[in-house]
Design a protein around this ligand. Structure first.
Ligand SMILES: CC(C)(COP(=O)(O)OP(=O)(O)OC[C@H]1O[C@@H](n2cnc3c(N)ncnc32)[C@H](O)[C@@H]1OP(=O)(O)O)[C@@H](O)C(=O)NCCC(=O)NCCS
Length: 158
């Protein structure tokens, strides 16, 4: 596994992966201009995880310039899930966020039905803060999201 910062050339992979998992109801999706603007922002970091030299997943961090040290894991996806890569990727990501960026808190939201992701986040020490009830409109219905976070002290204890 190799971690590297994404470049604009990675956007087709990022968007294709998020489109695939959006269709399954696991993640949201953004248009190219949104990704391009975020990628250029010092507040954001796009990461690519590679396996055997090829992109295998991505993650988007936001809030790196947040004065409260509250960083958001905006999106994460592994192209071929369920093989242990997500856990290894997220462990490296936690190291990066807390050790390199000195964050105080890493938070994310996840659909209640996404049991695989919730299981993994819980195993990594994330705590459920509550449910944001019917906070996003997806086509013709509203969906809820569970807010989860991991504090630096909790990360260090693990
Ligand atoms: C969430 C995601 C990043 C995790 O990466 P991954 O490579 O699949 O994760 P891993 O294989 O390392 O670990 C998955 C864990 O979930 C468990 N799991 C798999 N399917 C599960 C299910 N249906 N219910 C509960 N747990 C499940 C696995 O057993 C494993 O846990 P274990 O190590 O304790 O056995 C990946 O599945 C993914 O990209 N999913 C689609 C996009 C997505 O949901 N992104 C997150 C949005 S918040």
């Amino acid at each position: 596994m190799n971690l590297r910062q994404a470049t604009p050339a990675d956007l087709p992979f990022v968007m294709e992966t998020e489109r695939w998992f959006c269709a399954q109801g696991f993640v949201g999706i953004d248009e190219a201009p949104v990704h391009q603007a975020q990628m250029a922002s010092p507040d954001c970091l796009y990461l690519i995880v590679e396996e055997n030299g090829a992109p295998a997943g991505f993650a988007i961090l936001r809030g790196l310039a947040n004065p409260n040290g509250s960083v958001e894991l905006k999106r994460v996806a592994i192209a071929e899930p369920g093989q242990g890569l997500g856990r290894r990727f997220l462990r490296s990501l936690l190291q990066l966020v807390f050790d390199q960026y000195g964050a105080h808190r890493l938070f994310l939201d996840v659909y209640p039905e996404n049991v695989r992701a919730r299981h993994l986040y819980q195993k990594l020490g994330f705590v459920e803060e509550g449910v944001m009830r019917e906070c996003v409109r997806v086509e013709d219905r509203y969906r809820s999201l569970i807010l989860m976070s991991l504090l630096e002290a909790e990360y260090r204890r693990l």
